[in-house]
Ligand binder design. Structure first.
Ligand SMILES: [Zn+2]
Ligand SMILES: [Zn+2]
Length: 432
């Protein structure tokens, strides 16, 4: 079938489009956009955001976001791309931004974070979107009424609300995103330089008080000029010295930080090196970035969902959510896969993810390092579906599509929906 066909897009540059899309998404995330959710967010991303909003509302808390794009081209790019899938094209663009995040309780600003971070986003196109041969049977969610359906039906008019959509209304979408803090050098320059600029002349004056007093008392013009000259030189030396001090402090800081986290970084490098080889026998396009996106998505489902009983991505022992102080999950820039193995036709990953979360207790807001341990599993024969949406899954028995975000059984034939046959599920989740 033909939908919104456009044949002049043979040279469609997905990399460029992904970067443009990410910039637009960042602007949409900014609180000043005035919208609860970015227009480019997929239904699933809007869903996790709505869970977080529920949490915030319960606490009377709110978050404000103010992003300034880092215009340096060095700080943007494409972290991963995937073109070989038959249904979708995906890109993970990233961009460095200057982020100001404000946390308030009952309208009172309690905490502000100001840091540079890389934003990684998952941009998804339907393959062939730019020409006439597309797969119109991909599952989708009506953007108007939220009903689970397929792309074809939305183009013909949603069977529930009747709204018709162009393909360009449905794709591309941002299906997930996360941020990684980056060390900001410039932010620390000013205090050091000012300190140097003040210390230089002060030391010069204090160590030459006699000379200065003499020159001023005897109104010796040359002497005074000489004194001012000394002070100016001292100020310049001080400014430069402050800058050098910063450089030394920075190197020391980075060194110290890396020494502390060295074992973890080494392990992470080992994971980066060996895990893809292991995973590619089940998932030919496996990428660490994509897995990290999944880990953070599942962590947010586990932290923000108040009820695990109906959560289709949780497939473990019944338990209660004990993480309800967390109002904002922030990735702590490190994760580790302790073990990976296959057992009874299932792939298991034993993951530890380091977070730097914002907690809210009463009217108190504080930042805390949290470590979560997740045991993930999925069927070795699960075929990864990049366009997967939990709001429109297909029943394996009767073929109907339904929303599995809060139910685990097909509403039409009541056969169980087993998410591990499609994608990662959480078997165990705990704080360590
Ligand atoms: Zn509809
Ligand atoms: Zn069914």
């Amino acid at each position: 079938m033909t939908m919104n066909s456009n044949s002049n897009n043979i040279n469609y540059n997905y990399d460029e489009q992904a970067k443009i899309m990410l910039d637009r998404f960042i602007t949409q995330l900014d609180s000043q956009s005035g919208k609860a959710d970015p227009d480019d967010a997929s239904a699933d991303l809007k869903y996790t955001r709505s869970l977080q909003r529920e949490r915030l509302n319960k606490k009377g808390a709110s978050i404000s976001l103010d992003y300034t794009h880092n215009l340096d081209k060095m700080f943007k790019g494409i972290a991963w791309k995937m073109d070989v899938d038959t249904r979708y094209v995906t890109r993970i663009p990233f961009h460095n931004v200057d982020a100001r995040v404000g946390y308030s309780v009952h309208g009172k600003l309690k905490k502000e974070i100001h840091e540079k971070e890389n934003i990684y986003a998952f941009a998804l196109w339907l393959k062939g979107q730019k020409n006439s041969e597309i797969d119109a049977d991909a599952n989708y969610v009506c953007p108007h009424c939220g009903a689970p359906t397929v792309v074809r039906k939305l183009a013909e008019g949603c069977e529930f609300c009747g709204t018709r959509f162009l393909l360009n209304d449905l794709y591309p979408k941002i299906t997930n995103y996360y941020t990684v803090g980056t060390f900001s050098y410039a932010r620390h320059v000013l205090p050091y330089v000012i300190l140097g600029g003040i210390l230089g002349p002060s030391i010069t004056y204090l160590t030459n008080m006699d000379l200065f007093a003499q020159a001023f008392q005897s109104a010796d013009v040359l002497g005074i000029i000489q004194c001012i000259f000394y002070l100016a030189v001292a100020a310049a030396v001080g400014l430069a010295g402050g800058y050098i001090l910063l450089a030394v402090a920075t190197v020391g800081y980075v060194l110290l930080k890396s020494l502390i986290s060295l074992p973890l970084i080494l392990r992470y490098r080992r994971v980066r090196k060996h895990l893809p080889g292991f995973m590619r026998s089940f998932e030919p396009n496996f990428s660490i970035e994509h897995l990290l996106g999944k880990i953070l998505y599942l962590t947010s489902m586990m932290v923000y969902s108040d009820n695990y009983d109906e959560l289709s991505v949780y497939d473990g022992e019944p338990m209660k959510n004990t993480f309800d102080d967390i109002i904002d999950l922030r990735y702590g820039s490190l994760f580790d896969v302790k073990k990976y193995y296959v057992e009874n036709g299932l792939v298991y990953l034993d993951v530890v993810v380091h977070m730097d979360d914002i907690h809210c207790k009463g009217s108190r807001i504080f930042r805390k390092k949290d470590k979560f341990k997740l045991l993930l599993c999925k069927s070795t024969s699960a075929e990864i579906d990049y366009g997967f949406t939990i709001h429109a899954v297909s029943c394996r028995s009767c073929g109907a599509s339904f929303d599995a975000s809060r139910i685990r059984r097909c509403p039409h034939c009541s056969s169980p929906y087993e998410h591990y046959k499609h994608d990662w599920v959480v078997r165990r989740f705990e704080k360590v």
